[in-house]
Design a protein around this ligand. Sequence first.
Ligand SMILES: Cc1ncc(C[n+]2csc(CCOP(=O)(O)OP(=O)(O)O)c2C)c(N)n1
Ligand SMILES: [Mg+2]
Length: 733
Amino acid sequence: MATKTYTNSAELAEQRTAGQYQGLSREQLIEAYRLMYTSRKIDDREILLKRQQRIYFQISGAGHEAVGVAAGFVLKPGYDWFYPYYRDRALCLTLGATPYEMFLEGVGAADDPNSGGRQMPSHWSFPRLNVVTQSSPTGSQILQAVGCAEAGRYFAAHPEAAKKASGDYREFKNVRFYGDEVTYVSLGDGTTSEGEFWEALNTVSNGKLPVVFVVEDNEYAISVPVEVQTPGGNISRLVAGFPNFHFEEVDGTDPVETYGAFARSVAYCRAGNGPAFIHAHVIRPYSHSLSDDERLYRPDAERQRDAARDPITRTQMFLLREGILDEKGINRLEKQVEEDLQAAVDQALEAVPPKPETVTDYIYSPDLDPTSSTFETQPAVAAGSDGKKPAAKTMADLINATLRDEMQRDERIVIFGEDVADCSREQYLRDKQIKGKGGVFKLTAGLQCDFGSDRVFNSPLAEANIVGRATGMATRGLKPVVEIQFFDYIWPAMMQLRDELPLIRWRSNNGFSAPAVIRVAIGGYLTGGAIYHSQCGESIFTHIPGLRVVFPSNALDAAGLLRTSIRCDDPVLFLEHKRLYRETFGRAPYPGPDYMIPFGKAKVVQPGTDLSVITYGAVVPRALQAAQKIEREHGIKVELIDLRCLNPFDWETIAASVRKTSRVIMAHEDTLSWGYGAEIVARIADELFDQLDAPVRRVAAKDTFVAYQPILEDAILPQADDVYRAIKELADY
Ligand SMILES: Cc1ncc(C[n+]2csc(CCOP(=O)(O)OP(=O)(O)O)c2C)c(N)n1
Ligand SMILES: [Mg+2]
């Protein structure tokens, strides 16, 4: 490993970079070459191994080596944080990852520290170095890096919050922070076209966050050249207007020049001045990956022009020219590297593959089970102020009260989202000119006033920004409880929700975890909500392994399940039905600051013997109305089950009820086809076929959108009458 050059202030860095070779010693320059050469030779060995079918994929860092080594010389492993994309092999080597560890990922070994055989090679994850698990979607790492930097700043301001605590996720989440750490994030030129890149620039610029952005510009995104991605062809020109940045544009095939750019940039960030942006011009001497043939879209002349700038040969020539190494020295160094790599390859090819029975390990926390009795407590209702019965409160009230008590108990909780703050212009609050907003549904009202603007704040109007930052924060040990204003607008965050947040633990083989809570206002029956304020769609999220999905129907359950969501060690999608926020149905007094309901435990709303109705959310009161009416009119006794939690769900309660009644209806507000009920009904058909006296029925929304005109909305969404009719038909079957 290289001798590290730690730059602690802008001044020191400037002194160093002003000297010969930007302050790099001759030993460091030799070490730079050794690392760059090692990186290139690992790629070459992997290419050979792929051709021999000993590994299954290859993507190289060729041409990008000088950037990685320069960054690795300036930044500190295990201190700073790293979100490096797949071309950053040289960076990881410089930080302390070994060639053997890289070959382990290639062969997909059980001992692969990156992912235990779960991810392709070059998808870096080295917990000991603070290299955070990386994925394949281009650009999804950037907002997480922003959240990571925000968490570092938060812990510096709230050191008490970093302490361990027992009884919740904090027991299993070590927090490390130093106060001046910097977060590195890199991406390719093509990836600057992703919206999340711009959402990230927005937040680091506004928040002056210590993030070093590195665009490794090899002028191609697979076959698409840079001018198609970047108007004018130069990303530096486009981002130049963002305030608070330190900008560098360098020849990224020159390790010395690039080192200088990193030294100045990191010093700027570390001193707390704001973010930095390094635009490094590099080359891509090999095709995009082994699945690509660049000769199909790049003529020879262009490829030869690139080859003339190859950082390996350039650096070799530089060492010879400067008399730092002679030819013999170069040969000796290269021979040693190749011998070491041979040994690493031989060892990796002997490595044991992971066992098939481990495939479901680490989808969820192995340490804390939110379905366990740890999360089962009784309500502790305090008497009203006059000693009388405490007042029943709405779901909105109890969610607000639960957030308040949890924030009091756990200083790691931060809340952000669109409009969730009382008022971003704090002065108005201080002067008592205004009362404050606290959410479009007022669920977070008063929390900014009570806990401060660094714990409750507005995000930009960008949903990926909310979930991506939350993921980065949760990875560092914070507990973000963020809000998506309407379920209908969750989709810009879908990449983060489907490919990132719930996968962090599994894909890193338990190296990292991100137990964030995403609160989402969902559902219709609004008379006037129309298409874009009324959708359901929960089954899209219950289809994602690693994500807990909760959907309470009443105030008490919302309080108990929200607390479990916050204290548990898994990511949770907490769905709050807008129509139920202030409904008379299901109001309850506040159940106290420790009331919890375990996940995956349904509630039998009403016991019955003739027929089971399984439902959740806003259909619960509608089904209850139907069940009461049918008992009055026909004496049919319905057992009504509120699932409350959709992933995991309470199969035992469903099965026990079906065994008892032999007739079952699955009812939900979402559309019928491919809806949540399909899974439940399929399982009943599979496992309880012998118990049934009638076909399994479903009541759900029509397979269309929720319309504005109330007559249409009524016709589209399932009503109490629809449930009533289904019960009658099935009872008569
Ligand atoms: C969101 C997403 N879209 C498409 C892809 C397929 N893909 C993988 S790499 C790549 C090109 C990336 O180009 P660039 O950002 O310039 O990085 P480079 O590979 O050139 O270093 C594409 C399109 C992907 N991985 N993720
Ligand atoms: Mg590129």
